[in-house]
Design a protein around this ligand. Structure first.
Ligand code: DCT
Ligand code: MG
Length: 397
């Protein structure tokens, strides 16, 4: 173990029963590190991407650069780093030398440079500089305010506003969402835990069954993929009798509000659809696909976990998103809202480039046959796309 600890340059104590590390130690001993990993398919939707993986340090470095690109509204660059990170998440072993990645897709020159530097020096200069930059820190702090996107944050940063406190002092006029964002800033920047998500699930379930018996709710987003924490809690609501879900969101919101559960709410049409043109846009039912962005007031009685994270406070603010889908579109909505964001992007890219199809959270359109394809389950959608089924826990790209 001493040899092992030294040779692996592990800076923290190593548990003797850490099976993965021991395996890597044996691999080194046997020279197995020299073997290249089998080349993976290039679309993330063709691979299993587990929550726990073997290359955390490399992925963290790439994530910082991805985040910085996204905050600078350089989407292409952000996606390139995200794809490289997702590829590393799918690998079955820890990478110790950049040569082991030869032949793998999704790794551009820039990502490979970052990976090589981290492997050789322990850190990447560009990543460290980014993390320490005033602009990156300020953009993270400002976009951490609910209701503030990269554009607004950038404008404020140029005016010398770097923190939520600077913003409050500036006297800027904020919209309703941003005011709530500033007011509940600390709570909303705490990770939401699974126990809290479950407690909110019980409340939403009660609301839904009170206003429309028979309606069903499903926990979606990161928690459906098996995450233990998230930045919000996402729910999909539907009713087995098509049409019964109409008007449901307004009733659910009224019930929750009357019970004092809502600190903020805003119901909108699905913006993903609104921004989309073409045949994948369902002509008649897009108005019914509603989404409610909300902030819940979760009290100590409702959440046994609460006392650990909010000191003497008796309640905490939690971001909750609710989506209502007609039953006929439920499978598409479920697939579209389970994520991850990159996995969804890759599914849509696969559909267009490899199958001449357009996938949305509502439907799948086959451009060759010029028809919409129906599906009752996620498994059917994967089959229609010619993909092996990937369960939610394998969609953590
Ligand atoms: N989604 C998407 N594209 C977006 C935004 C969202 O495909 N631009 C889908 C995928 C995930 C789902 O909606 C819920 O969104 P988030 O809550 O932002 O993602 P999450 O994976 O649940 O992340 P977190 O665990 O931090 O809440
Ligand atoms: Mg979420």
């Amino acid at each position: 173990i001493m040899w092992y600890t030294e040779s692996m340059q592990v800076s923290r104590p190593v548990a003797i029963l850490d099976r993965h590390k021991l395996q890597v130690g044996f691999n080194r001993l046997c020279g197995a590190d020299e073997l290249a990993v089998v080349s993976l398919p290039s679309y993330a939707c063709q691979r299993h991407t587990p929550l726990l993986h073997h290359n955390t340090v490399l992925i963290d470095a790439l994530s910082i650069l991805a985040e910085n690109a996204e905050l600078s509204e350089n989407e292409g660059r952000g996606v390139a780093f995200r794809r490289a990170g997702a590829l590393l998440k799918s690998l079955p072993q820890e990478i110790r030398r950049v040569e082991q990645l030869r032949g793998q897709p999704c790794l551009g020159d820039h990502s490979l440079r970052v990976i090589k530097e981290v492997l050789e020096d322990g850190v990447c200069c560009e990543v460290e500089t980014t993390k320490e930059s005033r602009q990156f820190k300020a953009m993270k702090a400002l976009t951490g305010i609910f209701g503030v996107g990269a554009k607004t944050a950038d404008r404020w940063f140029r005016e010398g506003i770097h923190t939520p406190s600077d913003l409050q002092r500036s006297g800027h006029n904020l919209n309703r969402a941003q005011r709530a964002g500033v007011q509940y800033y600390d709570d909303l920047n705490q990770p939401v835990r699974k126990a809290e998500a479950d407690a909110i699930g019980l409340i939403v379930e009660k609301a839904v069954s009170e206003v429309l018996p028979g309606a069903k709710i499903t926990l979606i987003g990161g928690f459906r993929r098996g995450k233990e924490t998230g930045h919000d809690v996402d729910f999909l609501i539907t009713h087995p009798e098509e049409g019964r879900e109409e008007g449901l969101m307004a009733k659910v919101v009224s019930w929750l509000e009357a019970q004092g559960f809502l600190l903020y709410h805003k119901t909108t049409r699905n913006s993903y659809l609104e921004s989309k043109d073409g045949p994948a846009r369902p002509p008649s039912n897009m108005d019914r696909f509603e989404r409610c962005f909300s902030i819940f007031r979760l009290t100590r009685e409702e959440s046994s976990m609460l006392s650990q994270c909010s000191g003497s406070r008796s309640w905490m603010a939690v971001r909750v998103d609710m989506v209502v889908s007609p039953y006929s579109q439920f499978a598409f909505a479920l697939l579209g809202w389970t994520g991850s964001k990159l996995f969804e992007r890759e599914l849509r890219r696969w559909a267009v480039h490899e199958r001449a199809m357009t996938l949305s959270s509502h439907t799948l359109y086959d451009s060759t046959k010029r028809q919409y394809l129906r599906a009752n389950s996620e498994e059917e959608i994967f089959a229609l796309l010619g993909l092996e089924y990937i369960p939610p826990c394998g969609r953590n790209a």
